[in-house]
Ligand binder design. Structure first.
Ligand SMILES: Cc1cc2nc3c(=O)[nH]c(=O)nc-3n(C[C@H](O)[C@H](O)[C@H](O)COP(=O)(O)OP(=O)(O)OC[C@H]3O[C@@H](n4cnc5c(N)ncnc54)[C@H](O)[C@@H]3O)c2cc1C
Length: 396
């Protein structure tokens, strides 16, 4: 076992979107030296564990680091996002962060990157591959870029129990399925479940073979209101004005959501069911129409236990059969996290300052005084102008 002594101005824990965005601004606007440690083998955080058909749900133009556009500036010409700005696939997002590390950060000579390392606190981390440990003398700040604790299906443990013999898979396994099951049972009401249902429909599954367990319906953001170009100015800025009017006129949280729906800011899949959550999932109207082809939606609360012949819910039970395939989509991409101050002595914790846009806060967080030659922060200002600013998340 070897203990290595290192020194840097900033130690960043996490090379996900947030850690990368933070480091990118440090590189552009200061002379600081940086060490980045992460338990993953590549930058990009949870995108390394994503299912193969995942995409961003917001336009690529809003995602990534300040210095390099992820978006190619294109609109989709086919598919359920047709006519709207492109959504990068998980593979594109992973490759993007990998390229930034390899071709920008490391060649700068100011970044040292330690993948496959577990942070232990007090400036110390250890290799997951050997007995090596590292102690960093930090001249300025430690940056915790792990705050969001994003949970994805492949690394998530469901809160319900499953009996032996039940066929239960994370989304990642779906494309490798060998036999058609008697039914596809999608567990979860959020964006991941929407992705699962859309993938099943797109690849030819019969909507009647899909059973969608929806513990809670969600309010959904209309993607057409979040487009980054002038062509969509009226929709995007109009939606922001509508939000402000709804907030100003609302007499209750319920009334606020009624107003947001009436003005076209928010959508729901089933007009007859009142949504109980709002997690910022963003969707196109074509995707909603497609999802409405699924008629077998089960609303009996959360799943508690799955047997080979029945599903037990908070509010009842339903028969099932041993040949049904359960797809767990109950991981929560927006987990409830503990509250910490952003600035706490020598520690910076990157937290959201704009809802539903995780790359945005990192460039804003640094406490340093920028040098006189500071470049214009195009990301922050551009994103502020273009992104809807609904901040009321009364439902959780
Ligand atoms: C399917 C999906 C689609 C999404 N689409 C969008 C979108 O369109 N737009 C958008 O803005 N957001 C989207 N999000 C939200 C997304 O979570 C954020 O955009 C962003 O990727 C979160 O980045 P992060 O750096 O906070 O977290 P992560 O990606 O989880 O990165 C944190 C990193 O910290 C590391 N780490 C944690 N603890 C330790 C430790 N003790 N030691 C070492 N390393 C550690 C982890 O290994 C990880 O690599 C989506 C999320 C999901 C799941």
């Amino acid at each position: 076992m070897a203990t290595h002594s290192l020194e840097a101005d900033y130690l960043i824990i996490g090379s996900g979107a947030v850690g990368m965005a933070f480091a990118d601004v440090l590189l552009a606007e200061t002379d600081a030296s940086i060490i980045i440690a992460d338990r993953h083998h590549k930058p990009g955080g949870h995108w390394n564990d994503a299912y193969s058909f995942v995409t961003l749900h917001q336009p690529s133009a809003y995602y990534g680091v300040n210095s390099r556009e992820l978006s190619k500036g294109r609109k989709d010409e086919v598919g359920l996002n047709q006519g709207l700005h492109e959504l990068a696939s998980g593979a594109e997002v992973s490759a993007y962060f990998d390229q930034i590390m390899k071709h920008q950060f490391l060649p700068s000579g100011r970044v040292q990157y330690f993948p496959m390392c577990e942070y232990e606190g007090d400036g110390k981390f250890s290799s997951r591959m050997s007995d090596d440990t590292y102690e960093v003398k930090i001249n300025k700040k430690t940056v915790d870029a792990t705050y969001f604790k994003t949970s994805v299906p492949s690394t998530h443990t469901p809160s319900y129990t499953v009996a032996d013999g039940v066929k239960m898979h994370p989304l990642n396994d779906l494309p490798n399925m060998e036999e058609k099951p008697s039914a596809y049972v999608v567990v979860g009401g959020g964006k991941t479940a929407i992705d699962a249902c859309l993938w099943l429909l797109e690849t030819g599954a019969d909507p009647d073979d899909i059973r969608w367990i929806m513990p809670r319906d969600g309010w959904l953001i209309d993607r057409e209101n979040t487009q980054p170009t002038e062509e969509f100015f009226t929709r995007t800025i109009g939606a922001q004005a509508n939000q402000m009017e709804a907030i100003a006129g609302a007499t209750s949280i319920e009334n606020l959501f009624d107003r947001l729906e009436a003005s076209g800011v928010l959508l729901r899949i089933d007009q007859s069911v009142r949504p109980q959550m709002y997690h910022g999932a963003t969707i196109s109207r074509d995707e909603i129409s497609e999802l409405r082809r699924i008629k077998n939606i089960i609303r009996l609360g959360r799943v508690k236990h799955i047997e080979t012949d029945q599903i037990i819910f908070e509010q009842g039970a339903l028969p099932s059969d041993a040949d049904a395939l359960y797809i767990d989509c109950s991981a929560r991409a927006v987990p409830v996290t503990e509250q910490f101050p952003v600035f706490d002595g020598d520690l910076i914790t990157c937290k959201p300052c704009e809802p539903f846009n995780r790359c945005f806060p990192a460039p804003l967080s640094p406490m340093w005084k920028p040098p006189a030659t500071t470049k214009k922060r195009k990301t922050t200002s551009a994103r502020l102008c273009r992104y809807p600013i609904l901040t009321l998340t009364g439902l959780s």
